[in-house]
Design a protein around this ligand. Structure first.
Ligand code: PHE
Length: 543
């Protein structure tokens, strides 16, 4: 493969895009993306709702049959084709580029609301110090803090809640600074610092929680298996949904991050480390959160089931109650909400990097410009939607639909397209196995082509039936239609439209791009790594 006659690469593509300096940094960044709000507040409650201890069976099955195989598919796509989600798909087969943009669109939606939850956690880290919620954490969260309006009667409002506006602005400024710094010095460096701090803080939190009176009852509630739940298809659905969200697979995140890894690295081993680290953290979070809930149940004289509220409620209502009751409550609160902030930031940067790297691959622009073009509008939309009194409703609806349909749908479609339309699995398996251990082969291909898509389709159909039978959250129709269904339909349409725009000149679009050649020489042929690889990925152009 050679460049067209007379064309001398101005600068190597790998150098222009940037990259992680080592496999260790990549693994930490990938764990940073995977470990997020989903691990800390979502997993414990989902596990509890779906059979407690017995949930671990479908959970592990989902991890091994769909989560890790799909993670490896993302890694193979990004690492082999060396591009953002749209560029990697375009290189796989030109007609599939829209799949990448569909993922970019999902990430844009997630980014705007994910930031708001981090902003709340930031505020609550400080509230923990003097237990600002007083005697009524529930009333405080919706009333004093978010000042939630009656959306059915008043619709969306422009009444700004200053107490949310400021922390949200702080989150976006921090994110902007990290993203401008680039892949290694921004995302990589943040993950290298945040992830060890997060693990240490969370370990202390879990030990504290286990020492509280009543902790054992909480663990009993989480782990006492309800084996009957295994007959229930929706329990299996919940397990697959949790694994996909939690591992950040199907969003383009893992494709993008893998494209920043040097050629000739073991991507299979990395995937196993990331997958098991994420689930390990999730289990730890389940133990910590339920030990604390056991304490709260004992203190309030109720059952653990009565104090365990779902999702947002668990973090922002039950935890403040625990903090008020527990010895060293302020300490527990700062650890808990601080962990949410740290875990959330490293996930938010990964979602935004999907968008930024796609823009940079598509248009000839530097890191700084692309970052501003992506982050500033995202921040403004985020501030406009979520710092008002109607923000919580919009967030709840976006979160439900983006997760339930956006992600599962793109996951099924992309697996089927790669496996059955492009028929790329043998080549991707081969790519993973050249340097990866263990080797991936027939079993992996079977999981991606048949087992995982079948399981996910089942999950999708089940949740669709649920939503049709009982509209989500008793919200007014216009809210569900506008921010729910219309958004889900708009995402692939946006994907198709963006795929029609032309690529920046000089983009290599067929298959695997040639390696970067030093300026002034012809491009090197595709093949085993040459010495240039070690120097190319650490420096990134900052225009
Ligand atoms: N995996 C993250 C979590 O568990 C969420 C996330 C989803 C991050 C998609 C990036 C992309 O919270």
């Amino acid at each position: 493969m050679s460049t067209s006659a007379g064309q001398v690469p101005r600068q190597g593509e790998e150098q222009r895009r940037g990259g992680f300096s080592s496999r260790r940094v990549f693994i930490l960044a990938a764990i940073g993306s995977a470990v997020g709000l989903g691990n800390i507040w979502r997993f414990p409650y989902v596990a509890y709702e779906n059979g407690g201890g017995a949930f671990l069976v479908p959970y592990l099955v989902a991890l091994l049959t769909a989560g890790i195989p799909f993670l490896l598919l993302d890694y193979a796509l990004g690492h082999r084709h060396r591009g953002s989600a749209p560029l990697s798909f375009a290189r796989l087969r030109r007609g599939t580029e829209a799949l990448g943009w569909w993922q970019v669109a999902i990430c844009a939606v997630i980014a705007v609301y994910y930031a708001a939850v981090i902003a709340w956690a930031l505020r609550y880290t400080f509230f923990s110090v003097d237990q600002a919620w007083g005697a009524d954490p529930e009333g405080f969260f919706a009333g004093d803090f978010l000042q939630v309006n009656d959306v059915a009667a008043e619709g969306l409002t422009t009444d700004v809640v200053a107490g949310v506006l400021w922390p949200l602005a702080v989150v976006w400024v921090a994110i902007l600074l990290i993203m401008v710094m680039g892949v290694q010095r921004g995302i990589g460096a943040t993950s290298v610092v945040f992830i060890p701090v997060l693990v240490a803080a969370f370990a202390v939190l879990v030990v504290q929680a286990l020492l509280l009176p009543g902790a054992g009852a909480g663990l009993d509630a989480l782990f006492s298996p309800d084996w009957g739940a295994l007959d229930d298809a929706s329990v299996w659905g919940a397990a697959f949904g949790q694994i996909f969200f939690s591992l950040s697979v199907g969003f383009g995140v893992m494709i993008t991050y893998a494209s920043y890894v040097r050629r000739r690295e073991d991507m299979v081993g990395s995937g196993l480390v990331v997958g098991f680290a994420n689930s390990g953290f999730e289990l730890l979070a389940g133990i910590g959160v339920f030990a604390a809930l056991g304490f709260l149940a004992q203190a309030s004289g109720g059952a653990v089931g009565d104090v365990a509220a779902g999702g947002i409620g668990l973090a922002f209502i039950a935890f403040p109650a625990i903090i008020s009751e527990a010895p060293a409550g302020a300490f527990i609160g700062v650890l808990f909400f601080g962990s949410l902030v740290f875990a959330g930031i490293t996930s938010l940067v990964s979602v935004l990097e999907v968008v930024i790297s796609a823009v940079r691959d598509k248009v000839d622009t530097g890191r700084r410009t692309a970052t501003l073009v992506v982050v500033v509008p995202a921040a403004l939309v985020s501030l406009a939607l979520f710092s008002t009194t109607s923000g919580l409703h919009v967030l709840d609806v976006l979160d439900h639909f983006a997760n339930q349909y956006g992600i599962l749908l793109i996951a099924v479609v992309s697996m089927l397209v790669v496996a059955w339309v492009v028929r790329a699995l043998p080549a991707l398996a081969e790519h993973l196995s050249v340097d990866g251990r263990p080797r991936v082969g027939t079993a992996w291909r079977l999981l991606i082509a048949v087992v995982a898509p079948a399981a996910l389709t089942l999950v999708l159909v089940l949740s669709l039936l649920d939503d049709l039978r009982k509209p989500y959250g008793e919200y007014p129709d216009w809210l569900l239609n506008g921010f729910g269904w219309a958004m889900v339909v708009a995402l692939p349409v946006v994907g198709l439209l963006l795929a029609r725009l032309p690529w920046r000149s000089g983009t290599h679009l067929d298959g695997v791009p040639p390696e970067h050649a030093a300026p002034g020489t012809a491009a090197a042929p595709t093949g085993p790594a040459t010495t240039t690889t070690t120097t190319t990925t650490t420096t990134e152009e900052q225009r």
